[in-house]
Design a protein around this ligand. Structure first.
Ligand code: HEM
Length: 413
């Protein structure tokens, strides 16, 4: 069995789907970083993967990914009771409907302010500007001060949050930029957590409002009854800020979808919230973002009669499943109607993982992602702009990928 690390780095998103096509039905077996690997996909495989008797996370993530994307000691790396207790923090903060609606309102205000400002500019790179507006919105919502002056503070934070995502799967300068960004933001947020604790900021702002997101993290107690050390608390605050800003990728993919399918614009621009949500689901299904998730088999196990020896790395092929012709009609056609009037099954659409949020590692931020996207995409559809000649290719070998130009628009009216 050949080691496929190089193929993964060069083929990116196409690596596992290609292997699966060549392999035929059944799990794909290969090697990564010298370790044996089994890759699975499909709703039944999702159930298998998210059972802790089959897959554990603690040592599955390589250091370069922790030092950029997730942070050391992050919820992503915990198992068992430790994981459930830490995860409850995220579920409480992110499943609160009022909280999510509050974030959507911040996002909407920031969009309106930004769109006015774009009208005075000769051109706007949507990726940069959307990441800035979501950064402002999520920091205001979460209780992270972001001084207006100098404005650079907001831009710098947006760039850092983007860099942490952009640099996790490469060895080059993007990776070192991501490490520096994480160092800077962890340091800043750890000081914020210490200040909040020192001033007893737990109790809220005194008018009966729930504590801010940062306060919820600062005063959270882990399974051992202890507060998180300030650095780990900073890591977890970043695990809310960073992925919310990562919705920028989906927003820009939404702009790409509208550009390629202009007939879809009018309906999205209307007031049909159900359709905006269907469109958001289709953006998450169609465009490449998280390629797969990984863990290690804690014992000798079996999948449909196939032995998986202890220590094997088990991958769940998220991108492959979202384009599996067994699950989706014409998977390479962008068609929001496939979600009109229906929510996807729990383990069917898996851009943010599968299984139960509270029990396993499924992303607790799907409500936030859908709320931010279904707020921004109709606004984008209503915006009057031109798309000049540019390189809009989305290469599958770059991880994470995006339209190369960042999606430049001109003539915003
Ligand atoms: C851009 C959209 C997003 C994508 C593509 C995405 C994707 C993912 C994926 C693939 C996982 C791993 C699932 C697993 O390990 O099985 C995950 C976990 C996680 N996500 Fe998201 N996510 C997004 C947005 C968000 C948002 C908005 C938040 C919070 C506000 C968030 C917070 C988290 C956290 C805390 C975890 C770790 C969960 C755990 O280990 O139990 N994500 N996400």
């Amino acid at each position: 069995m050949l080691d496929n690390t190089l193929q993964l780095l060069t083929k990116g998103y196409a690596w596992l789907p290609d292997l699966t096509r060549r392999n035929g039905p059944g799990p794909v077996r290969t090697r990564l970083l010298g370790k044996p690997v089994v890759a699975l996909r499909g709703p039944a495989a999702v159930g298998f993967f998210y059972d802790e008797d089959h897959v554990r996370r603690r040592t599955a993530l390589p250091e370069p990914v922790l030092s950029t994307l997730f942070g050391k000691g992050a919820v992503h790396t915990l198992d068992g009771d430790e994981h459930r207790q830490r995860k409850a923090l995220f579920v409480t903060v992110l499943k609160d409907t009022d909280g999510v609606a509050g974030l959507a309102r911040h996002v909407e205000q920031e969009w309106e302010r930004s769109a006015k400002e774009w009208a005075g500019r000769s051109q706007v790179t949507l990726f940069d500007e959307v990441s800035l507006l979501i950064t402002r919105a999520v920091c205001a919502w979460a209780g992270v001060p972001l001084p207006e002056h100098p404005e650079d503070e907001a831009r710098r934070t947006a760039q850092d949050l983007v860099a942490m995502v952009d640099g996790f799967a490469t060895e080059g300068p993007r990776h070192w930029k991501a490490r520096r960004a994480r160092q800077r933001q962890e340091g800043r947020l750890a000081r914020l957590v210490e200040d909040l604790r020192a001033t007893g900021g737990e109790a809220s702002d005194g008018d009966g409002q729930p504590p801010s997101v940062v306060a919820a993290v600062a005063f959270h107690r882990d399974a051992d009854g202890e507060l998180l050390d300030p650095r780990t608390a900073a890591v977890e605050v970043l695990n809310i800020l960073r992925p919310t800003v990562a919705v920028t990728w989906y927003t820009v993919f939404g702009a790409h979808a509208l550009h390629r399918n202009p007939a879809l614009r009018e309906r999205l621009a209307g007031q049909d919230e159900g359709h905006a949500r269907a469109f958001a689901h289709e953006v998450r299904r169609f465009y490449p973002f998280a390629p797969f998730v990984a863990g290690l088999a804690p014992a000798d196990i079996e999948w449909h009669g196939e032995p998986i020896p202890e220590g094997t790395m088990v991958l769940l092929d998220l991108y492959g499943q979202n384009h599996d012709p067994e699950l989706w009609n014409s998977p390479y056609v962008f068609d929001p109607d496939r979600f009109d009037g229906r929510e996807p099954g729990r383990d069917e659409l898996v851009p943010q993982g599968g299984g139960e949020v509270s029990q396993g590692h499924r992303c607790p931020g799907e409500d936030v992602t859908l709320a931010v996207l279904s707020t921004l995409l109709p606004h984008l559809a209503r915006l009057d702009y031109d798309v000049p000649q540019q390189d809009l290719r989305i290469t599958l070998h770059r991880m994470p990928t995006r339209p190369r130009s960042g999606f430049v628009i001109t003539g915003v009216r």
